[in-house]
Design a binder for this molecule. Structure first.
Ligand SMILES: CC(=O)N[C@H]1[C@@H](OP(=O)(O)OP(=O)(O)OC[C@H]2O[C@@H](n3ccc(=O)[nH]c3=O)[C@H](O)[C@@H]2O)O[C@H](CO)[C@@H](O)[C@@H]1O[C@H](C)C(=O)N[C@@H](C)C(=O)N[C@H](CCC(=O)O)C(=O)O
Ligand SMILES: Nc1ncnc2c1ncn2[C@@H]1O[C@H](COP(=O)(O)OP(=O)(O)OP(=O)(O)O)[C@@H](O)[C@H]1O
Ligand SMILES: N[C@H](CCC[C@H](N)C(=O)O)C(=O)O
Ligand SMILES: [Mg+2]
Length: 499
């Protein structure tokens, strides 16, 4: 596509019309990756205005650079001749990417799921339920995938250019449905601009990401964007048990809404006669299309919420209630979410790896595991570096109150001092632990080994925070690390000692 045509499609007037006829091979937002024929977009980021890298991009062969006015003013005259200044580069990036890939999102039915916790689980459930009638492309924390294609994700919601490119690929592969985890970062950074959602789901809002958002209100407003007319075309599906969900439902005046709740019969979807089992849940599901008994292997109250959201979405997309409920028992798990590690049939302790990395999810998980713990409930966890510092003592306090024994360790310290993170967590543990034992061991490998070897028969050991992650980020280095492998080897050692 030629530059002039692309800018016109995206709604921009070209201030450098002599560049109009140049052919664009790719749209690129990292100057370091620029090659001959690329259009460089210098994004205004949290660290730096990417527009200042326009000279590098141009030297490496970019045909032109879309940048901020400030960055433009700082360029030499020669570079200015290849630069086009726009008011909001981030918005421009999404509009240009959307046009460059020929508006792929408009050719798919789109479902977006937002909320602090439950996005990955709920999207996996929806994917499973919808795939009998739709060819689904899933975009989320774990991967972008559709039938015959899977690529590990770097972000929960891809950046605009990648997202539009992948949507176009999904269509070429025959997909007719796009299912997306939509993070608050993505909404704030307009990564999903140009995506008209047929369904938008709100799971919940609790504390996280206060390193990025100014406060919880700011975080809520970012999430609420998904339900604005920019994005939502069809139905909103909202967790009515969440106070922010109730607020959101009141804010939406021009779109149909379905609410869901564990037990509030005012909601469109709710449950009755719930029984939580060590390996799932059963109950009666009330829906606008009638009531029906259900059974699922997913553990815990929070997973019943995820089921309600997924069933509501699938019903809106035209599937039949009886078929949906008949398939629920087949959906066993999501990688790294309440994932049991079992090395032998006679294993004497229960080990669960889970991705709980927020106060709310850690609390839910510990509460869900307690009724099925024969002896002690043991919690091994840490907090990520370069992330919301204020959630650390809260998570420490929750572990101390709800577990019988706490092991504090490192998660992904990233560029922060690991000791500082441990200290932040320990403040919360100390304030709540009373006489219960606490161990602090920054080496996650050693900590898991110790927790599993010190456990007694009948204990449940919960290893939280990293779930599916197969790496640990220490400094700027990413090393292989997998809680499930670590737990397995510790369990084998334990078995060898016992026998
Ligand atoms: C907060 C955030 O979203 N940060 C993302 C953002 O970084 P940034 O704004 O700090 O970028 P920057 O360093 O200021 O650079 C600005 C621009 O200049 C460009 N640049 C920079 C240097 C250079 O030499 N040349 C150049 O062109 C960069 O490519 C960038 O486009 O743009 C970078 C490159 O495009 C991303 O890698 C980075 O994601 C970081 C790694 C990240 O961790 N993001 C997380 C917090 C995130 O997005 N999480 C959400 C939610 C997770 C969840 O709860 O599920 C997600 O959707 O994954
Ligand atoms: N509906 C829910 N409400 C609260 N906690 C939940 C819910 N669903 C799952 N969890 C807990 O939160 C953890 C993360 O779940 P999941 O990965 O589905 O959320 P997510 O929103 O995709 O997270 P992320 O923002 O990191 O992508 C799970 O491992 C589980 O402990
Ligand atoms: N999407 C979340 C993942 C956190 C996972 C946890 N293991 C950590 O590193 O903090 C984030 O980027 O904040
Ligand atoms: Mg996720």
């Amino acid at each position: 596509m030629r530059l002039g045509q692309l800018l016109a499609l995206a709604g921009y007037q070209n201030s450098q019309p002599e560049l109009d006829g140049l052919e664009i091979k790719r749209v690129i937002t990292d100057s370091r990756a620029c090659q001959e024929g690329d259009l460089f977009i210098g994004m205004t980021g949290t660290q730096v205005d990417g527009g200042k890298f326009a000279p590098q991009a141009i030297t490496q062969g970019a045909i032109a650079a879309i940048i901020s006015h400030t960055a433009f003013d700082n360029l030499s005259e020669q570079d200015q001749a290849k630069a086009i200044a726009v008011d909001d580069v981030v918005v421009a990036c999404s509009k240009i990417a959307t046009a460059f890939y020929d508006y792929p999102a408009q050719k798919l039915k789109l479902v977006g799921v937002t909320g602090t916790n439950g996005k990955t689980t709920t999207t996996h459930l929806i994917e499973f339920l919808l795939q009998t009638q739709y060819a689904v492309a899933l975009f989320g924390t774990l991967y972008t995938r559709w039938a015959g294609y899977s690529k590990t994700a770097n972000h929960t919601t891809p950046f605009a250019v990648d997202l539009q490119a992948q949507l176009a690929e999904a269509i070429a592969a025959g997909c007719d449905m796009g299912l997306m985890e939509v993070s608050s970062h993505a909404l704030d950074q307009r990564r999903v601009l140009g995506c008209p959602f047929e369904v938008a789901v709100f799971t919940n809002l609790t504390q996280d990401h206060l390193d990025y958002h100014k406060n919880l209100e700011d975080y809520f407003q970012a999430k609420a964007l998904l339900f604005s007319e920019t994005y939502l075309q069809g139905r909103a599906i909202i967790n009515f048990d969440d106070p922010f969900g109730q607020r959101l439902a009141q804010m939406i005046t021009d779109k149909p809404i379905w609410t869901y709740s564990i037990s509030n019969s005012q909601a469109d979807f709710y449950t009755e006669n719930l029984t939580y089992l060590p390996n799932g849940a059963t109950g009666t599901l009330h829906t606008p299309q009638g009531a029906i008994a259900f059974q699922s292997p997913l553990v815990g109250r929070f997973n019943v919420e995820n089921i309600l959201a997924a069933i509501a979405t699938a019903l809106h997309m035209g599937l039949s209630l009886t078929e949906l409920v008949s398939r629920l028992p087949e959906f066993k798990s999501v990688p790294g979410r309440v994932e049991r590690v079992q090395v032998s049939d006679d294993q004497d302790v229960t080990v669960v790896v889970d991705y709980a990395h927020t106060p709310d999810s850690l609390e839910n998980l510990l509460k869900a595991m307690r009724p099925f713990t024969q002896r002690e409930l043991i919690c091994v966890f840490g907090c990520g570096g370069d992330r919301d510092r204020t959630k650390r003592p809260l998570m420490g306090g929750i572990a101390a109150r709800l577990a019988d024994r706490v092991y504090v360790t490192s998660d992904n310290p990233r560029t922060e001092d690991p000791q500082r993170i441990l200290d932040d967590v320990v403040v919360g543990v100390n304030a709540n632990i009373g006489d219960k034992p606490m161990t602090v061991e920054g080496d996650r490998h050693k900590c898991i080994q110790t927790a599993i070897s010190e456990a007694q028969s009948g204990d449940t050991i919960l290893i939280a925070g990293k779930g599916h992650e197969d790496y640990q980020i220490i400094g700027r280095e990413k090393i292989h690390f997998d809680d499930r492998e670590e737990a397995q080897s510790a369990l084998i050692q334990r078995q060898n000692l016992i026998h």
